[in-house]
Design a binder for this molecule. Sequence first.
Ligand code: FAD
Length: 490
Amino acid sequence: MTKAAVASNASIVWFRHDLRLEDNPALHAAIGRGGPVVPVFIWAPEEEGAWPQGAASRYWLHQSLASLDASLRKLGSQLIMRRGPSLDTLRSLVRETGATAVYWNRRYEPAAIARDAAVKSALRDDGLTVDSFNSTLLVEPWEIATKQDKPYQVFTPYWRTCLAQLSLPDAIRAPKKLAVPAVLPRSLALDALQLEPSVDWAGGIRAAWTPGESGARAQVKRFLDDALANYSEGRDRPDQTGTSRLSPHLHFGEIGPRQVLRALMQSGVWDTRSGTVSGSDKFVSELGWREFSYHLLYHFPHTAERPLNTAFERFPWRDDPEGLAAWQRGRTGYPIVDAGMRELWTTGWMHNRVRMIVASFLTKDLMIPWQAGAVWFWDTLVDADLASNTQGWQWTSGCGADAAPYFRVFNPVGQGERFDPEGAYVRRWVPELSGMPAKWIHKPWEAPASVLAEAGVTLGSKYPAPVVDHGVVRLRALAGYETIRRGGKG
Ligand code: FAD
């Protein structure tokens, strides 16, 4: 270490899924040491195990890093961007800056946990101060256990225990200035990380979202002003903006769940102290499902690839590349399914109700393994999150914790009629059907020829005929389920 470096006493803050300045405990710890702060992002997709970031996530990440870098520049600093491996890169930065501490906020995916543990131990062996913090969750996965000291596998008691144990630490303000080392280490240009696609397919994502910390804050405000009061009903309506649309912001840590809860408290709709919840209980419990997903992935790390209920290892899944392609492209002939898949392709997001419908269709109507759906979502969602995606797919296909029973097969027509009653959602994403009246829009194959002609719809050419008959394949799925039910739980 050089003399200048020793004098610097700098701290490195390793940014990952915490791309914000406000309420960032790792950044706060670095500032608290008093020396210069070196904010760093390291691109190392090969360290993500089987789940390197998908295309839509990489697009979002690029925008979010640009936003964080701009915010740091306003404080006289900048985000130092490098390529991995993470440990080698951190060691180089320690050499270059004379840093004596490295801080980060924790991640909970199996590959990240293993990598972080190895990095922590190696840097400590180097004589550095190394510490990690929680910026992502309300309650960490190991802080909650059943009376038998086991992980929870049922949501309601899990969440009741979380709420009882929940204590919100004081908010940490964003810094007003940041001490920088005499010479900032060299950074790659953001473009050099090649996160954005070479052919620009991201216009729909660009139009739908504002990635970054200020975009996240604006989204919270919009939700509190416009949608929270009606969330209990509005949350199930894909034809309305009834949910918060915070998922990508939460995934990338542009805002944390504690900040969201504090915003609810400040606007007087939620109160941790009395434990009472008014109006917003449904919304807060959705944040609870996010926590539960992390709890499950942490305690059952194999579930990203394999079912929690091992009986489903024996399920007679079908190999159906044509069915899978029709589902991926939004050409199944079931309008609500196709609308969802096209919303996903265009905007990188899909409404939760529709995620459940399309996942049920893939795993039950088509009997294609849930893992194939999870992989497609992983590549196309801007909020792709290993914990929530795994839990969402296992829940819908019936093989996860507290899951929807496999025999409850969503009827895509009934679901469409119930949750998109006027067909506005379908008309938006399946313009071929925009002329169909509400009565037939969710089942165009049953419409009289005159209605189809007037709407300009020719089934089988302009819009596909259904790839399967729901009534028939539902029975096939139930028969498949019987084969594993008879064998009992694995
Ligand atoms: P809101 O209704 O406003 O909820 C607020 C927040 O709570 C969300 O931003 C999210 O962080 C959390 N949340 C809500 N519902 C759930 C849930 N069921 N499970 C876990 N967290 C929840 N969510 C992801 O963030 N990433 C994923 O990769 C993902 N994959 C999914 C796959 C399937 C098959 C299913 C059925 C659900 C998946 N979800 C996933 C959960 C849910 O669909 C999204 O979190 C939600 O649609 C995001 O929209 P929102 O922010 O408007 O949600």
